[in-house]
Design a protein around this ligand. Structure first.
Ligand SMILES: [Zn+2]
Length: 245
């Protein structure tokens, strides 16, 4: 199930940047199918909501004559979307702005780099679990650089955002409680973030700061708040802070 949700997020991710992915048409992005393992007590409308779909769409996709025909253990197809980039971006925004979002809690948006050449949400999740962080992936969002089956500029939504729980991206627990952590994959002491990563970061920040979260959370680089090099000397921190001041 995790894997499938990840794949789904991955499919939609790049659209939020408003840019076509390499080799993809500007106007139309065809999302491939994901699947969802039905759990006991699930209803089709809950599943539809979870994936930004509709009951009707899921019925059609799965050949269900009635919305009550699902049972636990069944694999449902959850997406086979052909739509404009903007309609898919809307779906991603919908997933990020899901109904459980605590719009008053988040006071800061803090940007990190992964300080690795590559990686993705799942790889960092496993690494953080091995470091005995019980909730795994320390960040709320990861923006890919094209390595490890992510697309360049893809936004992956972490489990902590879905559950609206504290991050693990800062040493200070106080900051973790009230700050949204966004990680761009790469070591920006050595390389630069890609244009698509920055584009996705700017779109995500704009959405969080101006539309979703109340009180206009301020933006920071990790090193603005704690003593270290993150998000690296090549990350355009001044520019980012100025733009979202
Ligand atoms: Zn950091």
């Amino acid at each position: 199930m995790e894997l499938n949700r990840r794949q789904f997020g991955r499919i939609l991710g790049p659209a939020v940047g408003g840019l076509a992915m390499d080799g993809w048409s500007d106007a139309v992005i065809i999302a491939t199918e994901g699947s969802y393992l039905v759990k006991k007590g699930d209803t089709l409308s809950q599943i539809a909501r979870k994936f930004g779909s509709s009951v009707k769409e899921l019925q059609q996709l799965n050949g269900l004559s009635s919305p009550h025909m699902i049972r636990a253990g069944q694999h449902l197809k959850v997406a086979k979307t052909a739509g404009s980039a903007s309609s898919i971006a809307r779906k991603l925004r919908w997933q990020i702005g899901h109904k459980h979002v605590d719009r008053k809690r988040w006071k800061k948006i803090i940007v990190h780099h992964s300080a690795t050449r590559n990686g993705n949400a799942e790889i960092f999740h496993q690494a953080h679990l091995r470091r005995r962080m019980e909730n795994g992936l320390a960040y709320h969002f990861v923006i890919g650089n094209g390595a490890n089956e992510t697309r360049n500029g893809e936004i992956e939504i972490g489990g902590r955002w879905k559950k609206q729980i504290h991050g693990g991206h800062m040493r200070s627990q106080r900051l973790n409680e009230t700050s949204i952590g966004i990680c761009l994959v790469g070591n920006f002491q050595v390389t630069k973030p890609t244009a698509k990563q920055l584009d996705s970061l700017y779109n995500l920040t704009q959405f969080l700061q101006s539309e979703l979260i109340l009180g206009h959370p301020r933006v920071y680089g990790h090193k603005d708040l704690e003593h270290n090099l993150c998000p690296g000397r090549n990350f355009p921190l001044k520019q980012y802070r100025t733009r979202f001041a």
